[in-house]
Design a protein around this ligand. Structure first.
Ligand code: UDX
Ligand code: ADP
Length: 472
């Protein structure tokens, strides 16, 4: 029986996943540890609306379980010691140096976790890879754990480990629902007893037919492949969107027509500003690296094109905006609606808004950026540029600059263009007549998410461009 779970990494995956396990298994003590003390403090905040991650429904679950069987702690040693099961849920960014730079996953955080587990674990411990990892990482984790076991054995202790792969398929913004009602749970491993122990935890709320058991390498590869396939659909639909704009077709109609073929399916066919988020680009690059490593250059080129089309597509949008505004954005005011990589999250990692904003800033635009959940400090980090300290659109700037705004109607005053980058619901119910009255003419609205009512926007006297719409 599993009594104590420890999860290393209190991030977007570890935090919500452990909250749901604690919620569904009240007899198990679940502790999430992280070396980042301020993150742990934020998880322990008194005000549940200030948790470090915004995820619908998460605050309610944390409120119910925290202090009872869900704990957030910086004490790795103590919590690793008492755990029967340890989830490794740390970040695996793309490597920036040395062999595999720009493609391979940097496993330094995973390795350091394995060493910490090796140092502190007692008795038998099941170690679970929750982070998305390259195929055969479990081998490296095992090697580190085994070496410590040999060392400790000499002292006469009996310390044993089993390594399982249990990748997470949750999507941000719907994480709690994805965790409570998963389409499948994947468990890869060799030791049947350990697999069954993990299976027994999930089967508290997931039906057994949805729990898939595979060998460990298939499980690691399935996670990378799932993300690669999803990202591929987005690059595919965005590439066809560009053809729509050139030919007079409409990407929404094309997507509907192809999506009603059950072999293709209708999900993940929304043309947009290009995929963002912490996983897609990183996981595909990882796959590209693996293919190159195993001597499969054609496979590598195939998957690499998914990322390069995504990059091209984001820059294509900023080029369209520049062209429509007469080829120069110098001192023009552009309102950016949304900085998160998608709606219902405060996560900005790899958001399309970053590349597009940077391009517009390069053209010396004055950006007024709005997002209901993203912290302006985070925007400054992503743009690598501090916020302009004056809300004065008349300030003549030699370089582009940006300002964070809370009031969209105020921001629209004297603006030349408005660009929707994130599909937040509030943007679909704006009063375009009111906005049109205060913008500088000729004014443009660019909808890269297809969430605005085009008739309404056009009827307000605004020029309108929509992604993949060749009618315009
Ligand atoms: C993704 C996977 O969906 C999830 O299974 C995995 O565990 C982690 O990576 P996430 O990054 O949270 O989840 O976001 P997702 O909803 O998949 O969206 C990724 C990006 O694609 C976003 O920028 C989104 O706006 C974009 N997208 C998605 C589209 O442009 N069109 C679509 O039809 C769907
Ligand atoms: P993800 O989206 O995969 O959850 P995040 O970056 O949101 O990734 O979270 C990963 C967390 O893991 C971070 O809070 C980081 O501080 C933590 N972390 C990384 N390495 C270690 C480690 N060796 N020990 C403890 N925590 C770690």
């Amino acid at each position: 029986m599993i009594k104590n779970i420890c999860c290393i990494g209190a991030g977007y995956v570890g935090g919500p996943t452990m909250a749901v396990i604690a919620y569904k298994c009240p007899e198990i003590q679940v502790t999430v540890v992280d070396k980042n003390i301020s993150r742990i403090n934020a998880w322990n905040t008194k005000n549940f609306s200030n948790l470090p991650i915004y995820e619908p429904g998460l605050d309610e679950i944390v409120k119910r379980c925290r202090g009872k069987n869900l704990h957030f702690s910086e004490d790795l040693e103590e919590n690793i010691k008492k755990a029967d099961m340890i989830f490794i849920s740390v970040n695996t960014p793309t490597k920036k140096y040395g062999i595999g730079a720009g493609k391979a996953s940097d496993l330094k955080y995973v390795e350091s976790c394995a060493r910490q587990v090796a140092n502190y674990a007692t008795g038998h411990t099941i170690v679970i890879e929750k982070s998305t990892l390259p195929v055969r990482t479990a081998e490296a984790i095992k090697a580190i754990l085994e070496s410590s076991r040999n060392h400790i054995r000499q002292k006469g202790d009996s310390i044993t480990f089993d390594v399982l792969s249990n990748p997470e398929f949750l999507a941000e913004g719907s994480a709690i629902n994805d965790l409570i009602n998963p389409e499948r749970v994947l468990i890869g491993g060799e030791d049947e007893e350990s697999i069954n122990k993990l299976c027994n935890i999930y089967s508290r709320w997931v039906s057994k037919d949805k729990i898939l058991k595979t060998n460990i390498w298939s499980s690691e590869l399935a996670k990378l492949t799932a993300n690669a396939f999803l990202a591929q659909r987005i690059s595919s639909i965005n590439s066809i969107g560009a053809i729509c704009e050139a030919t007079g077709a409409d990407i929404r109609e094309v997507a509907k027509a192809i999506g009603s073929d059950s072999r293709i399916g209708s999900k993940f066919l929304d043309a947009g500003p290009g995929f963002g988020g912490s996983c897609f680009k990183k996981d595909i690059l990882n796959l590209v690296y693996l293919a190159e490593y195993f001597g499969l250059p054609e496979v590598a080129a195939f998957w690499n094109s998914v990322v390069s089309v995504n990059n091209w597509h984001q820059h294509r949008i900023s080029r369209i905006i520049t062209r429509k505004l007469f080829g120069s954005l110098s001192n023009k005011k552009i309102v950016i609606l949304g900085f998160a990589f998608k709606a219902n999250t405060n996560d900005t990692r790899e958001s399309a808004a970053i590349n597009i904003s940077k391009d517009l800033l390069n053209e010396r635009a004055f950006l007024h950026i709005h997002d209901p959940k993203v912290d302006p400090n985070q925007i400054a980090i992503e743009l690598d540029m501090p916020q302009n300290d004056k809300d004065d659109s008349k300030v003549l700037s030699e370089e582009g600059c940006w300002y964070f705004v809370n009031d969209i109607y105020e921001a629209a005053k004297e603006a030349d263009a408005i660009l929707v980058t994130t599909e937040w619901e509030l943007y679909s119910s704006l009063d375009w007549r009111k906005i049109s009255k205060v913008m500088r003419k000729p004014s443009w609205v660019f909808d890269s998410r297809s969430i605005l009512n085009s008739k309404e926007v056009k009827a307000s006297g605004l020029n309108f461009w929509r992604i993949g719409d060749g009618y315009e």
